[in-house]
Design a binder for this molecule. Structure first.
Ligand SMILES: *[C@@H]1O[C@H](CO)[C@@H](O)[C@H](O)[C@H]1NC(C)=O
Ligand SMILES: *[C@@H]1O[C@H](CO)[C@@H](O)[C@H](O)[C@H]1NC(C)=O
Ligand SMILES: *[C@@H]1O[C@H](CO)[C@@H](O)[C@H](O)[C@H]1NC(C)=O
Ligand SMILES: *[C@@H]1O[C@H](CO)[C@@H](O)[C@H](O)[C@H]1NC(C)=O
Length: 175
């Protein structure tokens, strides 16, 4: 009995893995209006669950990556702030600290809306959060302190923008 069922399970398993791989590829193809296809694939594949994930789970994976990224950037900002001497630089970093804190709060509540399939609200919250990198960059540029290197937090701000765009690209077909 068990033996005779085995082929069916193999077929079902193969089928579901095939569907999942298609979902990932299709998701990144669909999201290519938001982020480059390769960035989407590499980023989502960094979580092993993405291979077997449906669209909602892929949205959660990208959301978590954005939260981890923003949390790590905020920690970096706090360290820089602790060591900053010039008032202009402190002001700039304080602005960065606030926008990233707000972004993290928005992203954390986005999870609740995803769970209840309120994709429009999830989109609005992540769109609001997505500006944190640009706002932080602007605040630092306005600090105009010689000790602020031109590339200060530029990679972090850019990465965060891409991760929030990735989320928006993943949920776009659900809207
Ligand atoms: C991914 O999707 C694209 C566009 O639909 C298709 O051309 C490509 O063959 C697919 N790749 C894989 C690995 O399924
Ligand atoms: C990709 O977009 C098409 C067209 O909007 C949609 O039918 C399909 O469900 C989307 N696929 C995924 C995995 O998001
Ligand atoms: C997506 O997958 C998750 C986890 O396997 C599951 O809980 C959820 O019901 C699925 N959602 C849809 C729309 O199929
Ligand atoms: C933030 O995201 C970027 C782009 O995916 C990645 O290269 C980087 O390692 C991430 N950093 C952290 C601390 O997660």
């Amino acid at each position: 009995m068990v033996l005779s069922l085995a082929p069916l399970w193999i077929i079902l398993l193969t089928l579901s893995q095939c569907t999942a791989a298609t979902t990932l590829n299709e998701t990144c193809t669909n999201a290519s209006g938001f982020v480059p296809y390769d960035f989407c694939m590499v980023t989502l594949r960094s979580n092993p669950h993405s291979r077997h994930a449906n669209t909602t789970t892929l949205a959660f994976i990208s959301l978590n990556l954005a939260i981890i990224n923003a949390t790590s950037t905020k920690a970096k900002i706090d360290t820089l702030l602790h060591n900053a001497r010039e008032p202009e630089l402190k002001n700039g970093l304080q602005a960065c600290d606030i926008v990233y804190s707000n972004a993290i709060m928005d992203l954390k509540s986005t999870g609740d809306f995803l769970l209840s399939s309120q994709f429009e609200t999830a989109k609005a919250l992540v769109s609001a959060a997505s500006t944190a990198g640009n706002e932080c960059g602007d605040a630092l540029r306005h600090a105009e302190v010689a000790s602020v290197p031109r590339r200060f937090l530029r990679k972090e701000n850019g990465d965060f923008g891409l991760l929030t765009l990735l989320f928006l690209g993943v949920i776009n077909p659900l809207l």
